[in-house]
Design a protein. Structure first.
Length: 324
């Protein structure tokens, strides 16, 4: 008799592969942004298309006791004017957040800042955002993209991280547990006192550089998580996996690791019940809040990460069909 769990994992992996492939289809993205049904459903995962739309959503999260990091959606920019526009959006955001008494914490992608056009352009744009962060006492997280950009992203982090962090300004980086190299990267970053957001990884990667089985990725995540919890570098544990979250709490409690020594990070609109539960229990929760018109690739990766997200989409499609 076939192993149902193995069959389920194969089906989930196949679905994930299809959705990740679709995330790169620009023609589908252009169509999706024009369809009212899709745009309404995206509101579950995206706080708005403009900063003005997103700020009230961020304020609501703060009222609920959540911390936030804000992402202006966009990636794989191919025109310099778009990269500079993205930089300007972040500069405006870093003025708006403190003006409203909100967390001075943002996340950005190197490819959005022009890394695929010219590394010097990306360095200039990210450098401008970091300079604004130093001025306003903000934290900038440089997101990690697919494995081809890992070394360049880490180089940017090392080059742009401010030496004087006395006013709270700092630059952090992301490590993907699925990549086989990540254990080595974690050790190097910890030795430098860097702040890591640990995630499982949302990109389709070849077997030569990344674990393919869910069990292997989970094992790698837990191993790196325990190393970071014990490192004293205030890691951000980005996961919605209840088993892993319980393991983190178990270790922190047993080893006397303070609740102010790390935080859980979760995506806007994903497992809101779990976010509320952890926050009510006194654990630090930071919500990754994206906004912007370039939401299609981000939206497709959120669907790829969890079957529950696909179920959510299908339920909403059915409801919309009933209203037609």
């Amino acid at each position: 008799m076939p192993d149902r769990s193995a069959a389920s994992e194969l089906a989930e992996r196949a679905m994930r592969s299809v959705l990740l492939s679709l995330s790169h289809r620009k023609s589908l993205g252009r169509l999706a942004t024009k369809v009212p049904v899709t745009r309404r459903m995206v509101g579950r995962f995206v706080a708005g298309e403009t900063m003005e739309e997103a700020l009230p959503a961020i304020e609501r999260l703060h009222d609920q006791g959540m911390r936030t990091t804000v992402d202006v959606l966009g990636e794989s920019v191919t025109a310099e004017v778009d990269a500079r526009a993205a930089c300007a959006d972040y500069l405006a955001l870093l003025d708006a957040l403190p003006a409203r008494g909100l967390d001075r914490n943002v996340s950005l992608k190197p490819s959005q800042m022009g890394a695929k056009i010219d590394e010097a352009l990306a360095r200039e744009n990210i450098g401008a955002v970091v300079a604004k962060a130093i001025e306003t006492g903000a934290f900038v997280r440089i997101d990690m993209e697919d494995h081809r950009y890992t070394d360049r992203t880490l180089d940017l982090w090392r080059e742009l991280r401010p030496a004087d962090r006395s006013n709270g300004a700092d630059v952090g980086v992301v490590i993907q547990a699925a990549l086989r190299r990540s254990e080595q990267d974690v050790e190097a970053i910890v030795a430098e006192g860097g702040r890591i957001r640990l995630c499982k990884g949302a990109y389709k990667e070849p077997e030569s550089v990344a674990f393919q089985d869910k069990a292997e990725v989970d094992e790698a995540y837990e191993r790196l998580m325990l190393r970071l919890l014990r490192s004293g570098t205030y890691p951000a544990l980005a996961t919605h996996d209840v088993r892993i979250i319980k393991r983190a709490i178990e270790v922190a409690t047993a080893e006397g690791i303070g609740r102010d020594a790390f935080e859980f990070q979760m995506l806007y609109g994903v497992r809101r019940d779990l976010q509320d539960e952890l926050c009510a229990a006194g654990w630090r929760v930071r919500v990754y809040v994206p906004f912007g018109g370039q939401w299609y690739p981000y939206f497709m990766r959120r669907l790829a990460e969890r079957p529950a997200n696909v179920s959510f989409l299908l339920r909403n499609l059915w409801r919309e069909r009933g209203r037609a």
